[in-house]
Design a binder for this molecule. Sequence first.
Ligand code: AMP
Length: 236
Amino acid sequence: MAERRHVLIIGPQGSGKGTQAARVAPALGLVHVAMGDLFRSLMQHDTPLAREVRSYYDRGALVPDELTLRVLLAHLDELAERDGAYQGTLLDGFPRTRAQAEALDRVLAERHEQIAAVVELAVPRTVLIERLSGRLICPQCGAVYHRVFAPPQVPGRCDRCGGELIQRSDDTPEAIARRLDLYEEQTAPLLEYYRQRGLLLTVNGDQPIEQVTHELIAALRPRLEDSHGNHAEITS
Ligand code: AMP
């Protein structure tokens, strides 16, 4: 079996990471793993762990590294159990701190897995605030809308499943500002960490969705060819 290879997608909140990762992952034969989605699904049940996560999440603060890593690893183990042949993940929202990046390196080395590439989605802060403050999500199926830029056909209702749309609990003006500051302080420095290892690619995320997807796939596809010049099973 070919060695598993992972791609990291890094960008501020509202840069379109989630939307793009969901489109790009299947085209590259990768499984989309979104750290925020893992937390949101965990918080659907009222457990001590869910309450702990919520105490950070609702303020727009980062969940502690140790807890975040535990949740991620449990999910990766579950993926491998479900399908031993999966080729790798498109990791969205992890790592977000230097400690998480180092932990990821350790864990992948132990598993003989690799990071094939890290892609940055670059978007100006003014655009991010505009996008985040109008964002609506469907808690039932995870679809994402925007009051102005991508409204649902029937106001307040999900086009896909009919669920009632809500604003995310961390899409308030205070939490948005906090999350963008945290990104600048803690996550943006990771770009340099990966640039130095020759892993970093940058794509302009302030373009139509289709164009961003196209550029991401074109940039990542060559990086997923293995060292013997074989192609991973990539579909278009
Ligand atoms: P997202 O959906 O990626 O915007 O993440 C939503 C929230 O989940 C963040 O504001 C954090 O509270 C939490 N979260 C997601 N990823 C991480 C991470 N790698 N480390 C710590 N907290 C995280």
